[in-house]
Design a protein around this ligand. Sequence first.
Ligand code: HEC
Length: 167
Amino acid sequence: MNVHHKLLVSLPLILLLSLSGFTLSSQVYASDKDRSSMMRYRNLFMETKGKHAKAIKLLIKSKLSLKHIITHGEALAAMADDMLILFPAGTAGGKSRVTDNIWDKNGKLTDDFVAKVTDMRSQAREFVRVAKEGNYKKIKKQMGRFANKGCRSCHTDYRGEEFEPKK
Ligand code: HEC
């Protein structure tokens, strides 16, 4: 067997190994530190989304800058798919409000949760499209739809009660 041939034979094996490594890493935790970093980062990420949405609402009301409305909308569209890496199995509990039903029994995100992420992306993209046309009445209407179908619908199903510190 020449070197070239050996490479060809081992390629599928390498692929298989790296794929199984990938699924493992989403289910098993290296350390509690990684887990708490992910949960802290998720909190920052969510709050950032919240700030983008608040900024958009203020900008619509005050008509300060159409350009910035588009910028915040584009940021939210880009952040939608990034949501998929924020919820590795085992990151519920503590101060987190995420409910256990976002994972199936194998620790994979459920199809419904992934569909809600997709809704966020398509609503955000539609928002950017409408914003670029510059009609504030339409922008406001689409922002309302975005907030309902791209944010609230997921919160209703997958965000639990607010964490209350023990007194
Ligand atoms: C696919 C589901 C999903 C979508 C879509 C979604 N969120 Fe969330 N959001 C969550 C979950 C789950 C939490 C709770 C996370 C936690 O506590 O660990 C959360 C938390 C938050 C928080 C609270 C921050 C915190 O960690 O307590 C804000 C603010 C927020 N989301 C804003 C938004 C905005 C704005 C949108 C739409 C642009 C949006 N979210 C879309 C699932 C979603």
